[in-house]
Each structure stands twice: as C-alpha cells, then as structure tokens.
Design a protein around this ligand. Structure first.
Ligand code: FEO
Length: 174
C-alpha cells in the first residue's frame, strides 16, 4: 500500500501522461497537414507510447490496491508550425515531464517508499532516452536543414523509427 499523497500524485501524473498523448496527437496532425508522413507517424507512435506510460501507472495503482481517478484532460497547447519549432516544443515538454517524474522519485525517497521508487526508475530511464532522441532530431535538422531533400531524408528516417516503436510496443503487449 502506498501513501495517500503518493496515490494522488501518481493519479495527477496519469493525467499528465494522457495529456502528453494528446499533445503528440496534435503534433502528428500538424505534421500530416505539412505532408510529413514520417514525422506524423513518429509523433503518432509517441502518442501510443504516452498511453502506455499512463497505463503502467494505472496498473501500478491497481496493484497497490489504490483508487485510480480518471479526470478531465486539458487541451494540448497550440502546436508550432515550423518543423524545428515542433521538435523544440517537444523537447521542452519532455523536460517538463522529467521534472515531474523526478519530483515523484523525491517523494518516494522522502517517504521511504521503496516499491514506488523502484517502479519509477523505469520512467527516469525512459525520460533520458526520450530527451536524447528529440535532441538528436533537432541536431540533425539544424545540421542538415529543415527543408528540401534533407527534410525528406529525416522524414523517411523517422518513418522507419516509428515502425520500430510500433513493433516494440506490440512485442511488449504480446
Ligand atoms: Fe511519458 Fe514522454 O514521457
């Protein structure tokens, strides 16, 4: 059993993960309108990942015999309209999520809640990977350009990455 405070805070984080899913869906839709199919697929794959993050927390609360509160999800912030700005917005968002996850870890440590602390380690590692991936995309867009052939190459590359994310997600739920 976890503390009431911890249960509340994880419930808030479930809501934030659902928000993140919608945020990525809005980015996917924006990429679709720009005919960037690879980027749209990548953002859509991230949408799916965020839902799995929320469901991991959902399952953890259930396993800890704690109530899950499903609450209203705020509309995602307006999506930027240039390719680099969309990824910069993504990075800023993920950095914010990292802070929230670290805050949860701090609470787990202060409560000597070892179970939640171990549970959250997966999210700490996931955030490192998520920030690094987006940073890398921004770096490549800056280096090679966000128009013409370089944009097409990066878009194609992200289509491949999106496929891998999809395959990894199916393997994890099989
Ligand atoms: Fe659920 Fe993108 O972190």
């Amino acid at each position: 059993m976890i503390s009431e405070e911890m249960a509340n805070r994880i419930n808030v984080q479930i809501n934030r993960e659902m928000y993140s899913a919608n945020f990525y869906l809005a980015l996917a839709a924006q990429a679709e309108t720009m005919s960037l199919r690879g980027m749209a697929a990548w953002f859509f794959a991230k949408h799916g990942e965020e839902l799995t993050h929320a469901m991991k927390m959902y399952r953890y609360l259930i396993d800890q015999d704690t109530a899950v509160r499903v609450s209203e999800i705020a509309a995602p912030e307006a999506v930027e309209e240039s390719v680099i700005a969309m990824f910069e917005q993504t990075l800023a968002h993920e950095r914010e999520v990292t802070v929230f996850i670290h805050d949860l870890v701090d609470l787990a440590h202060s409560e000597k809640d070892h179970a939640t602390s171990i549970f959250l380690q997966w999210f700490v590692t996931e955030q490192i990977e998520e920030e690094a991936t987006v940073n890398d995309i921004i770096g490549r867009l800056r280096l090679f350009g966000d128009q013409g052939q370089s944009l097409m190459l990066i878009d194609n590359e992200l289509a491949g990455v999106a496929k891998q994310i999809g395959q990894a997600a199916s393997a994890a739920t099989a």
